[in-house]
Design a protein around this ligand. Structure first.
Ligand SMILES: [Zn+2]
Length: 353
């Protein structure tokens, strides 16, 4: 260790009966010119060897070479690690109950990234797996999971201002944050969460920045500045595809009604009540979404279409002939299918597949 270095014993992870001291450099304050600072962890070789073959080999090699001695036990410097991450790693190993996270905590990806890097370096696979799972669990990988998560976020968003104290404050502080999740998924190889994370990101206006919004903000926010050029291009790609997406009434017409549609004829089938009905349905839902700086959230809009029977704009008064039986059957089947198709396309549209 550098003879000018300043060393500090860790307040909790310095056990009097530990048989080795690990010295790990602290991250210097930016711009400060000062001697390097180390955190000293006095720990038990047994525990580290038990979890990590890398540590087992490290201690075997250290036994051969004479080590620096501090406080009566050998001291080893851990090169290239950050003391802050090392403390969290040791805390997890010594106190497995500390491995508890607040559900949907948006800070989890950044909190655990350093420890996962250490788990990779020291081959502590179960811990790595557990932490990656923790981040992935916050992101849906199927449309059903997406709907469940979205319903939860919608309920939080709809809470009145006089809700109990623990539900007040920034919405963004109690729901997963997409930009940090995207970086996490790419670094730690869990691409399955990318479509949902990018879709969520694409519904957040660029002005809704994590660092710029006050405590009262009740909208989802993103850590926009984390995204590099490649991810911004992915975002734009998916955004533009979603922005121009709008289903066509023809997709939902039964075989019988579809015959009246002639590709060489007029732009729309003439005198086809079912076509008019479906066109009106899509117009009501899409145009009714109102102006937005993001795209119109077609996954939500397609779900809105499911209730076509209850829409006053489509009542018998407006459409005395309504839908033909075949179109009715087809529409109620194809709307969910179309929604699923859209969900499955997200990976391609955001260029993450
Ligand atoms: Zn029909």
């Amino acid at each position: 260790m550098n003879p000018n270095a300043v060393s500090e014993r860790h307040p909790d992870l310095y056990f009097p009966d530990g048989d080795v001291i690990l010295a790990v450099k602290q991250t210097p304050h930016s711009g400060a010119v000062e001697p390097p600072k180390y955190t000293l962890f006095r720990v038990h070789k047994f525990l580290l060897k038990h979890h990590s073959t890398t540590f087992a080999n490290f201690f075997a090699d250290a036994n051969v070479a004479p080590a620096e001695v501090y406080d009566g036990v050998p001291l080893a410097e851990m090169f290239g690690d950050r003391a802050e991450d090392f403390a969290v790693l040791l805390d997890y190993l010594y106190n497995p109950t500390s491995l508890v996270f607040k559900r949907n905590d948006p800070n989890i990806p950044l909190t655990v990234s350093g420890v996962i890097r250490l788990s990779d370096k020291y081959l502590i696979e179960p811990l790595r797996r557990r932490l990656v799972q923790e981040v992935c669990a916050a992101w849906p990988t199927t449309l059903v999971e997406y709907d469940i998560k979205q319903a939860e976020i919608d309920s939080l968003r709809a809470l009145p201002l006089n809700a109990p104290l623990k539900y007040r404050g920034r919405l963004a502080d109690v729901i997963p944050e997409p930009a940090s999740a995207i970086l996490f998924a790419q670094e730690f190889d869990c691409p399955q969460i990318l479509p949902a994370a990018f879709y969520t990101l694409s519904l957040i206006p660029i002005t809704h920045d994590w660092d710029a919004k006050p405590r009262e903000c009740h909208e989802p926010l993103a850590k926009w500045s984390l995204l590099d050029n490649e991810n911004l291009v992915r975002y734009i790609h998916g955004f533009q595809s979603l922005n121009k997406y709008r289903p066509h009434p023809i997709q939902f017409l039964c075989e019988h009604c579809d015959v009246s549609w002639n590709m060489d004829g007029p732009a729309e089938p003439v005198n086809n009540s079912s076509y008019d009905y479906i066109k009106r349905l899509l117009d009501v839902v899409w145009d009714g979404a109102g102006p937005s700086v993001t795209h119109s959230d077609p996954i939500r809009l397609l779900a809105k279409c499911f209730n076509y029977y209850d829409m006053p704009e489509l009542s018998e008064k407006h459409f005395p002939d309504g839908l033909c039986e075949g179109c009715d059957r087809l529409l109620s089947r194809r709307l969910p299918e179309e929604r699923k198709r859209l969900w499955e396309n997200l990976g391609e549209w955001f260029k993450v597949k």
